[in-house]
Design a protein around this ligand. Structure first.
Ligand SMILES: NC(=O)c1ccc[n+]([C@@H]2O[C@H](COP(=O)([O-])OP(=O)(O)OC[C@H]3O[C@@H](n4cnc5c(N)ncnc54)[C@H](O)[C@@H]3O)[C@@H](O)[C@H]2O)c1
Length: 381
């Protein structure tokens, strides 16, 4: 957008601006579970238009052809998206092993980007991405949905208002019968990296400080080679302490599935906490002058908010402060790896066996019972 247009957008409001200026044209690269979610949100959002979808798997493109509007370009060649000058934003939702290459191409082809996490398959790749983006004027964000969750914003405001005194203890827990070992996301590393980095990130977001010390305990559930549950605790540089518990080991074969997800923020005077059932999130605030309970829809991936923040940034020509930064994603990823490394130095017991894991994978893939199911695969190894 030209400077003059950006100025006009600042004086108009966003929806007026978008009436004057054309919709943001997006190309999705990687049309799996996340790619499909992006498509659905883009199709619902009047500020956005889907132009093209790329996936190397013909089955994924077949699904895209059933869901995407007529006229959407479907291709297995990412170059067709990068070279299309009409496309403003690329949505990068393949697995992590292609992320660095795609982010580098976004810079080369001058495309703004919404990237899935992590922003590289290794710390070295993530640092290379940060270096590449350092001097770029492109808008690049990472989908860190917890940062856009209404409940975390409400709790943060309550803490900032002084109602709980000084924040002292951050407790974060996310345990579900979700993505099972060996099921997918190979490039993302063990679960505490793949999924756990979100909870590492939100602990750091609450603390507004950097990690200082840590100790981690993990368990190799079902004798799988990598841990699928990990708890890390430690300190931030400003003296706040934390514990983060994360695992997809939560009653995978129970008749009725359940989960346990919460944050518990403990101050020197009061507390603020949240739990959810994936439909409704409940925030309970116990401050020195106020007690409040708020229940609202959970929001899940909050892609609607991410798309709006991105559109606002583009329209105004100025990065919205709430848009998650690539640097925050890289730091969360780096500490998730560090906590895993620390757990490997400690005793890591084994419970259960691979036969149980096989039962879990069959139940998830064939019977489609479980949380965060990936698309059905024809074969399980
Ligand atoms: N931010 C979040 O909350 C969140 C949640 C789930 C997954 N994720 C991340 O999103 C990414 C995708 O996860 P998913 O669950 O959708 O996985 P998925 O396996 O369902 O989909 C990945 C898709 O990418 C395609 N693909 C792989 N390499 C490609 C390439 N080079 N070019 C084009 N297409 C390619 C695959 O064929 C597949 O269709 C992962 O990196 C994961 O870590 C983020």
């Amino acid at each position: 957008m030209h400077k003059k247009d950006a100025y006009l957008c600042r004086v108009l409001n966003l929806s007026d601006c978008m009436k004057v200026y054309p919709k943001i044209k997006a190309g999705i690269i990687g049309f799996g579970r996340m790619g499909e979610m992006y498509l659905k949100e883009i199709m619902k959002n009047p500020l956005w238009k889907i132009s093209a979808i790329c996936d190397i798997d013909p089955e994924a493109l077949e699904i895209a052809s059933q869901l995407a509007p007529v006229g959407t370009k479907l291709t297995k060649d990412e170059t067709e998206i990068f070279e299309d000058e009409s496309i403003d934003v690329v949505v990068l939702s393949t697995l992590a092993d292609a992320r660095k290459k795609h982010l580098f191409k976004a810079v080369i082809y001058n495309k703004h980007a919404i990237a899935e996490k992590p922003v590289g398959a290794t710390i070295e790749e993530e640092h290379a991405v940060l270096e590449k983006l350092k001097d770029s004027s492109l808008f690049v964000t990472v989908n860190l949905p917890l940062r856009n969750a209404w409940y975390h914003k409400v709790i943060k405001e309550f803490i900032d208002s002084g109602e709980i005194g000084d924040l002292a203890i951050i407790r974060v827990c996310h345990m579900t019968p979700g993505l099972a070992p060996g099921e997918g996301h190979w490039a993302e590393g063990p679960l505490f990296h793949d999924c756990g980095m979100h909870y590492v990130d939100i602990a750091r977001w609450y603390a507004q400080s950097e990690f200082k010390t840590w100790n981690a305990q993990a368990i190799r559930m079902w004798n799988y080679e990598e841990p699928w549950w990990l708890q890390a605790n430690g300190t931030f540089q400003n003296g706040i302490v934390f514990d983060v518990t994360q695992g997809h080991v939560y009653g995978q074969l129970a008749k009725d599935l359940t989960h346990n997800g919460y944050v518990d923020l403990i101050g020197t005077k009061g507390i603020a906490r949240m739990h959810h059932n994936y439909v409704t999130a409940t925030v309970e605030l116990h401050g020195v002058t106020k007690t409040k309970v708020i229940k609202k829809p959970f929001g899940d991936k909050n892609l609607d908010i991410l798309l709006d923040l991105f559109a606002r940034s583009l329209a105004e020509g100025k990065r919205n402060a709430s848009l998650p930064k690539v640097e925050d994603a890289a730091i969360a990823s780096e500490y998730a790896w560090k906590f895993l490394e620390n757990a490997a130095l400690n005793e890591m017991p084994v419970r259960g066996d691979l036969k149980t894991l096989e039962e879990i994978r069959k139940r998830r893939n064939n019977k489609r019972i479980g949380y965060g199911l990936l698309r059905k695969k024809k074969f399980i190894e």
